[in-house]
Every structure is written in C-alpha cells, then in structure tokens.
Design a binder for this molecule. Structure first.
Ligand SMILES: NC(=O)c1ccc[n+]([C@@H]2O[C@H](COP(=O)([O-])OP(=O)(O)OC[C@H]3O[C@@H](n4cnc5c(N)ncnc54)[C@H](OP(=O)(O)O)[C@@H]3O)[C@@H](O)[C@H]2O)c1
Length: 335
C-alpha cells in the first residue's frame, strides 16, 4: 500500500498537550497519521484564520495532543481502501476535523477518511482549489444561505466586512457575478483598488459601522456578509432594510453580539449562521461543484497574495493575525 511513500516525510506538526508547546516542520512517518481509507500526496494547502490560531498557539484549536496543521488540502490519491477513490485521482478536503481531531494538510502525505473527501470539481485544479480553500468555500456557503433565505438583487447592495481577507475577497466576487451590488468595508485605503478590481461597486471604511445605543438605525443595505462580529454585526443588524439577511461568518473583531430585537420584529431582518468545518458532506460537495462550475470565481489568481512553503508558515500566521494580508496565502506543500 505504501510502496511509493517514503518512510519519513516533512510535516508542520503542532504540539498542544497541556497548552501550546510549539510547532515546526518535522520528519514524520505514515503510521503517525490519523486513520482513514485514503492516502494522498498533498500538493497544496492554504493559510486560514483558524490555521494561524492553531499554528501560533494564539487559539486552542487542536483537540488532540499533537497533529499536523492545515484545515485545507488538495492532492492526488496514492492508495485507497474505498471504492469511491482510486490512485491518481485528484481530491480536496476542507474543515471536517482537519487540524482539530485529525492530521491536516501541512504534510507531504495525508491519510483521510473517505467520507471527508471531495472529488476535484471539473473547473478547478489542486492549486485553484486551495487558493479558494476554506475561505472561498465559506464565502460560497454564505451566498447560498442568503439566496436560500430569498435575498433579492432588488433589495439593495450587500455589505461585506473584512472584505480584503480570504472570505471577503471571494464573497465580493461571487455576489458581483450573481448580479448584486457590493459595498466592501475595509480598514485600509490600500485595499480599495483591489476590492474594486474584484467587482465592489463601492469601498468604505469599516468604522462606518459603529456601536450605537439606538434600537434601530436608518435602513441602508439590502443584506450583509459579516466577517467581524461584535459592534460591526450589531450595527449591521440595525441598518439592514426590511427582509434583508445578514450572514455571520467570522469574529475577527469580536465574539459578542449586543443588539436589539426591533430589527427582527419590525423589519423581518434575519441573521444566518454558517459553519464550514461542520458542514454536512452533501452540502459541502454541492457547494464545491458550484465553485467549479456556475459559480466559478473569475479572479481566483488575483486573490493569491503569496505562495509559501511549509517552512514559511510561522511568518504567514503572524502576518494574517496582524491583518497584513490582502487575499489568501497559498501553501505549496512540496517544494
Ligand atoms: N464560520 C465559518 O465557518 C468560517 C470559515 C472561515 C473563516 N471564518 C472566520 O471568518 C473571518 C474571516 O476569515 P478570513 O479567512 O477571511 O480571515 P482573514 O483573511 O484574516 O480576513 C479577515 C479580515 O478582517 C479584517 N480584520 C481583521 N482583524 C480586524 C479587526 N480587529 N477589526 C476590524 N477588521 C479586522 C481585515 O480586513 P480589512 O483589512 O479589509 O479591514 C482582514 O483581512 C475570521 O474570523 C475567520 O475565523 C469562519
């Protein structure tokens, strides 16, 4: 089964027994990996907010004493004990317990339960799939949630907060491609041209969405995809027009939500959740199929800020956590 797999290979391993003990590239062997029916040679992974928290020790993400990091992976099957997957096939996985309860994608080889794997969608390859990664997947999931709850173009523009990040960059593209007007919110002037190039009609400062004690504010937006949480989400909930939807994706600026019931009762506003890690597999596959076909983002490469190696992960985590990254950092697993 492991004929073509070297006895030892590099992986970015996180040690977290009794708190964070450190993380670095180490030589590991196949028998150190979590169990699964499919072994693959990983080609690309990516850097997500959760990866940065796990790999830097700034957040408690691992639920086992040690694991390979990386919540995303894409590569080629090298051995399979499951009828749905054959050697040579291109596959991807995201979330589903990677780097939480199972070894993730920052490793030359990964062993994955077949039920977590997604066959590579027709319009994507391992590289483009990982520029998208969990961020692109979550943006698409958020758009799906908006549409499922009857969001219409005619209701007005959709606000996207934390717009220059991974989720934001793809949310801007997807909504623009679907005909919505997008208002991108960012803290930095230098992101304006980038966000307009992805399709945003207007770019504004995130400070426009401030905490306010009023139970309701003037209705301005058709809906929103929020990556920030806290006061920003509270402000959005009070300023979305009647029957608008807000998808709460992230908490880059806060975990609290201090709002009033008035927008829900008097305007029919909805706040919808998404969770990419625990997404049901049938929905996960259908979202990836859309990302590789009718929802294929037209500017995937424009979102790729850097292509890095496993050795460069610690600096990449720092940059992401300090809000210095525009778009996504792609990890080329094998140099
Ligand atoms: N629910 C899910 O399943 C799911 C999936 C993926 C990600 N997430 C979460 O969604 C959020 C976005 O993920 P991502 O991958 O897009 O992260 P990211 O690439 O780091 O982007 C987050 C963006 O938020 C803005 N930001 C960061 N810190 C901020 C702060 N303290 N105050 C105001 N703005 C801040 C920055 O945008 P500007 O510089 O443009 O202001 C940054 O680019 C994260 O919280 C992540 O954990 C959730």
């Amino acid at each position: 089964m492991s004929q073509s797999i070297p006895e030892f290979f590099p992986a970015f391993r996180i040690h977290a027994a009794d708190g964070f003990q450190g993380a670095a590239v180490e030589q590991i062997s196949l028998d150190q990996l979590g169990l699964g029916e499919v072994v693959l040679e990983v080609e690309y992974s990516s850097v997500n907010f959760k990866d940065a928290l796990a790999g830097s020790g700034k957040g408690k993400i691992l639920r086992l004493p040690e694991l390979n990091g990386g919540i995303d992976l894409a590569g080629t099957v090298v051995a399979s004990e499951h009828a749905d997957f054959t050697p040579g096939q291109k596959v991807l996985a995201n979330g589903s317990g990677l780097s939480e309860v199972h070894d993730g994608g920052y490793s030359h080889y990964a062993r994955i339960p077949a039920e977590w794997l997604v066959p590579m969608p027709a319009g994507l390859d391992t590289r483009s799939a990982m520029i998208l990664g969990t961020a692109g997947f979550t943006a698409a999931l958020a758009v799906q949630r908006l549409l499922d709850n009857h969001q219409q173009v005619e209701q007005g523009p959709i606000v996207i907060t934390g717009a220059s990040g991974g989720v934001g960059s793809f949310a801007v593209q997807l909504l623009t491609q679907l005909g919505f007007d997008v208002i991108a919110m960012t803290r930095k002037q230098e992101h304006h041209a980038y966000l307009r190039s992805l399709g945003a009609q207007d770019v504004r400062h995130s400070d426009e969405l401030k905490s306010d004690a009023s139970p309701m504010l003037k209705g301005q937006w058709g809906g929103a995809i929020d990556n920030l949480g806290g006061d920003v989400l509270a402000s959005l909930s009070k300023s979305v027009k009647p029957w608008g939807n807000i998808v709460s994706v992230g908490m880059a600026a806060g975990v609290e939500l201090n709002t009033s019931t008035m927008p829900f009762i008097l305007r029919g506003v909805s706040i919808l959740g998404v969770t990419s890690a625990a997404c049901p597999q049938a929905l996960r596959k259908s979202i990836w199929q859309r990302l590789g076909s009718d929802w294929l983002p037209q500017k995937i490469e424009a979102v790729c800020a850097a292509e890095i190696s496993l050795q460069e992960l610690p600096q990449a985590f720092d940059a992401l956590l300090q809000g210095q990254v525009q778009g996504r950092q792609l990890v080329r697993v094998k140099s």
